[in-house]
Ligand binder design. Structure first.
Ligand code: NAP
Length: 283
């Protein structure tokens, strides 16, 4: 497994396993156990995925030393603020049955971010989190946080796939020492991505699937990827991307698919701000 080094020197795997939309506890625990068995070490969950307990059960049963795993979870909007963040962090840690977290992210750029960020820095300084970061922050929000808190996030986890490649955002993040991480590397299958002619033809050339081409393209760009699947065969397929290389031509061809627009929603849209801010879950 290839690792990348975060801005505080902590190393994380460049490829991990996401567990969004696996609400069933047994299915989630089984998927995480199988993923770890295949070789995944980075697991990406969130308080709102409502499966932290299942992830924790898998971690407990997997037989791999805790320090070999890299566990991420995220703080939801309803828990924004200093006190709320401290409480939400402890709740997540308890559900995961862990005594420290590798990465804790602010899930959405809304609410009392600076209160949350202050609490997260304290938890980081106390050694309860190895790295702290954000998700879904546009560059202006990242800059605001860096400048006005004086503490640079280690990661920004954002929608990144062949139809929304985030090329200029990646340059901005790199210039500011923030690692880019892709969510929905397959765009959740939207736009018939697995049957895209360009991606299929590149895959045929290398005897690889579209999924493998996409993940290889991301890691060759230095983007951390966390694909999700509940099928063991696909977990293995998505993991087998370190035995081939895309050419400069391949990379340029993939670049032509970029629409520079989200396939999901725009975090700057007032309706989205309202929707996500009002989205409450029983955590
Ligand atoms: P994704 O990984 O882009 O796509 C998952 C979909 O692709 C599932 O329907 C899966 O189906 C299918 N799939 C997986 N591997 C495949 C393969 N080799 N061939 C064909 N189909 C395949 O979507 P995602 O789950 O939204 O994103 C990945 C992770 O990013 C999440 O799990 C989560 O951890 C994170 N995320 C974060 C945010 C955020 O706001 N920070 C937002 C979204 C996601 P099966 O499961 O049926 O195989």
């Amino acid at each position: 497994m290839q690792n990348i080094k975060l801005n505080n020197g902590v190393e994380m795997p460049i490829l991990g396993f996401g567990v969004f939309q696996i609400p069933d506890a047994n299915e989630c625990e089984k998927a995480v156990l199988e993923a770890i068995e295949i070789g995944y070490r980075l697991i990406d969950t969130a308080a709102t995925y409502l499966n932290e307990v299942a992830v924790g059960n898998a971690i407990k049963k997997c037989g791999i030393a805790r320090e070999e795993l890299f566990i991420t979870t995220k703080l939801w909007v309803q828990d924004a603020g200093y006190e709320q963040t401290k409480a939400a962090f402890q709740k997540s840690l308890d559900k995961l049955q862990l005594d420290y977290l590798d990465l804790y992210l602010i899930h959405q750029p809304y609410g009392d971010l600076f209160g949350s960020w202050r609490a997260m820095q304290e938890l980081y300084n106390e050694g309860k989190i190895r790295a702290i970061g954000v998700a879904n922050f546009h560059p202006d929000r990242v800059m605001d946080l860096i400048i006005n808190s004086g503490f640079t996030p280690a990661i920004n986890q954002i929608e990144t796939h062949p139809f929304d490649q985030q090329i200029s955002t990646q340059i901005f993040l790199e210039e500011n020492n923030v690692q880019i991480q892709s969510w929905s590397p397959f765009a959740e299958g939207k736009n018939n991505i697995f049957n895209n002619d360009l991606l299929l033809s590149i895959g045929n050339k290398h005897d690889k699937s579209v999924a493998q081409v996409i993940l290889r393209w991301l890691i060759q760009r230095g983007v951390v990827a966390i694909p999700k699947t509940v099928r063991k065969k696909r977990m293995l397929e998505n993991f087998t991307i370190f035995d081939f290389e895309l050419s400069t031509d391949d990379m340029q061809i993939i670049q032509t698919l970029d629409t520079k627009e989200s396939l999901f929603f725009d975090h700057k849209d007032p309706n989205v701000v309202k929707w996500l801010s009002e989205y409450k879950v029983a955590l």
